[in-house]
Design a protein around this ligand. Structure first.
Ligand code: HEM
Length: 221
């Protein structure tokens, strides 16, 4: 491929990566909001979970889009990493990358793969049993089961620890990813500074909040 065509296609991939990342950030914000209700009220958490788990639009339209979004983001991440490595004649390590870039930005593939491994465990913990409960065993509707299912998972200290460590890596992934996505989509105006501050705040508040939720249920139930 000619050099300019190659450059264009890799810019397109970066934009696609950024847009899918921003979409996943929106999902993460609503997921965090719903989970945080479990700290304040079992009833509220149960009602929202019941709605999300049984609404046809959420189940059969939004959920498949979300899962495709995760798969797309993962595949593009691997492709971009491969392309960047091929295009870079001297390795970052030899090039002393630390002098002009952050650890988080140089290790997006590592933090991303840890988050992906976490998602594997997380789906096995919550999503798979939910699908089996609803669509395989076809159990009767029970609006009050969600809170108990959630707290039961965090009885295990090992699971609570794995979740918490994964959230630290999620924080690092978001620290670079959120802000670099604005750059990739060309968002550069008088609001950029405020948006960067919001990006860094999100990268800390949301993962720390998830850690709090996991520890809260571990120590309270
Ligand atoms: C303490 C932290 C967390 C708790 C307690 C939690 C809990 C849950 C629960 C209860 C479900 C519902 C499964 C279902 O009914 O289908 C779920 C689904 C899911 N979670 Fe989490 N979650 C946490 C953190 C995260 C994080 C950090 C991510 C992403 C990096 C994530 C990604 C997902 C995804 C993609 C689904 C599937 C959504 C769907 O059903 O379509 N979760 N989680």
């Amino acid at each position: 491929m000619a050099k300019s065509a190659l450059l264009k296609s890799s810019i397109a991939k970066k934009v696609a990566m950024a847009l899918s990342g921003l979409f996943l950030i929106l999902f993460l914000a609503q997921h965090f909001f719903i989970n945080s209700t479990s700290v304040f009220s079992a009833d509220v958490f149960n009602s929202i979970s019941h709605f999300m788990g049984n609404n046809p639009l959420v189940q059969f339209v939004i959920q498949p889009i979300l899962i495709l979004g995760v798969i797309f983001h993962f595949i593009m991440g691997i492709v971009l990493e491969y392309q960047n490595n091929k295009a870079r004649p001297i390795n970052y390590v030899k090039n002393n990358g630390a002098a002009n870039s952050s650890w988080a930005s140089r290790n997006m593939i590592i933090t991303g793969l840890v988050v992906l491994a976490f998602m594997g465990l997380h789906f096995y913990d919550f999503w798979v049993p939910e699908m089996v409960y609803k669509y395989v065993e076809v159990n009767p509707l029970d609006e009050t089961r969600y809170f108990a299912e959630l707290t039961h998972k965090f009885e295990s200290p090992v699971r609570t620890a794995i979740y918490s460590v994964s959230f630290v890596l999620l924080s690092l992934h978001l620290w670079h990813g959120f802000n670099s996505s604005f750059q990739s989509v060309g968002f550069n105006n008088k609001y950029s500074r405020s948006l960067h501050t919001l990006g860094y705040a999100f990268a800390i508040v949301v993962p720390v909040g998830f850690i709090f939720i996991a520890l809260f249920h571990h120590f309270n139930h």
